[in-house]
Design a protein around this ligand. Structure first.
Ligand code: KG4
Ligand code: ZN
Length: 345
């Protein structure tokens, strides 16, 4: 069984073709994947411009698909399903993706599996390596598990009884943690996306400044990062007033990261204890941060922690084709496909 997956929810155009085989256990092989990031295009605007994202998807989708088919030497007769990430995401970007897959689906008479982008992030931890052309077995996860998705658009805690039975426990009420890192970076004069640049500065700094750990005294499992960003802005202005900004940037970055990551840890701990979880699944672009990984591993050393491999933590087509396999029964005719920019988990 072969599934062709498409990712166009945000600023990455991703396509992948994965083959699955099921006997006593599921085996899969990533036949090829193509990914084009738009980071350079959006960085000069300080954030993602939805209409530009859509234009890039439209331009890149046919190019990437052609490349994938050429590399794999596979034609549409050999492909069983098309998987498409229907949301959440930017409406213009999703529309471009949807139109493209509908055309393909009609032309080649293939059903479409609508894939929830957030769930696809969680499923990606089952992939041991993103090696092309190698049969792999799914990673074994111990349930119940708590899932934490931390990206530029989301900060969500989820309870997984298993991968098919889940419920959302909490989420950010304002900024996502990645967005908050990007904003903090911007306050320090760093370019979008600032998360990785903030990490670099933080590595050579010390957490000398006091910042809040928002909502950690509350028992609910929601987050809020916009107050932390405001507190940071006020702090930076104060330091600037005393003429110490240049020499304090590393320490400021380190203090901000620590506050944001400890907040994530405190809330995650509450969820793990409440649900007696055996595992923690962490996914989303922010887990590229080495400090965060270390902090989580150190703090949650009594339970199993699962991260996706690095390249699969950010948006890509592999995650979509892969998650599609678990929702084949939801495959639909192209006329029925719709996007959902505000889709929940
Ligand atoms: O999952 P993702 O690629 O895109 C979505 O938002 O869906 O996540 C992007 C976010 C950005 O906010 C970016 O700054 C953050 O992940 N990020 C990082 C690092 N690498 C990416 N944040 C902190 N440290 C990093 N090394
Ligand atoms: Zn994503």
């Amino acid at each position: 069984m072969k599934i062709l997956g498409f990712e166009t929810t945000c600023d990455e155009t991703g396509i992948s073709l994965i083959e699955f085989e099921e006997n006593k256990e599921i085996k899969f092989k990533i036949l090829n994947h193509q990914l084009r990031s738009q980071v350079n295009i959006h960085s000069k605007y300080g954030g993602i411009v939805p209409i530009l994202a859509a234009r890039e998807h439209k331009k890149n989708l046919p190019i990437l698909l052609k490349e994938l088919l050429k590399k794999t030497k596979i034609n549409f007769d050999q492909i069983d399903y098309i998987a498409f990430s229907y949301g959440p995401g930017l409406p213009p970007a999703l529309v471009e993706g949807k139109e493209f897959v509908i055309k393909l689906s009609k032309k080649y008479n293939k059903k479409i599996i609508p894939v929830n982008h957030l769930l696809a992030h969680f499923y990606s931890v089952l992939i041991p390596e993103n090696k092309i052309g190698i049969w792999q077995k799914l990673k074994k996860i111990k349930f119940p598990a708590i899932g934490l998705l931390i990206s530029g658009g989301h900060t969500i805690l989820v309870y997984f009884e298993d991968f098919k039975k889940y419920k959302k426990l909490g989420e950010t009420l304002d900024d996502a943690v990645g967005e908050s890192l990007d904003k903090a970076a911007r306050i320090l004069g760093l370019e979008y996306p600032g998360g990785p640049k903030l990490e670099k500065l933080a590595k050579i700094g010390k957490p000398l400044f006091n910042l809040p750990r928002p909502m950690t005294l509350q028992n609910n499992l929601n987050f809020s990062f916009s107050g932390l960003k405001t507190a940071f802005w006020e702090l930076v202005e104060e330091v600037r007033k005393y003429g110490k900004l240049e020499e304090s940037k590393e320490d400021l970055a380190c203090s901000y990261q620590k506050a944001a990551f400890e907040t994530l840890i405190i809330k995650t701990k509450k969820a793990i204890e409440k649900y007696n979880a055996k595992s923690l699944i962490i996914t989303g672009g922010v887990i590229a941060n080495q400090t965060l990984r270390k902090m989580f591993k150190k703090f949650f050393n009594k339970i199993n922690i699962y991260f996706p491999v690095k390249e699969l933590s950010t948006d890509n087509g592999i995650n979509i084709a892969f998650a599609g396999y678990f929702f084949i029964e939801k495959a639909i005719d192209p006329e029925k496909l719709d996007i959902n920019p505000t889709a929940d988990i």
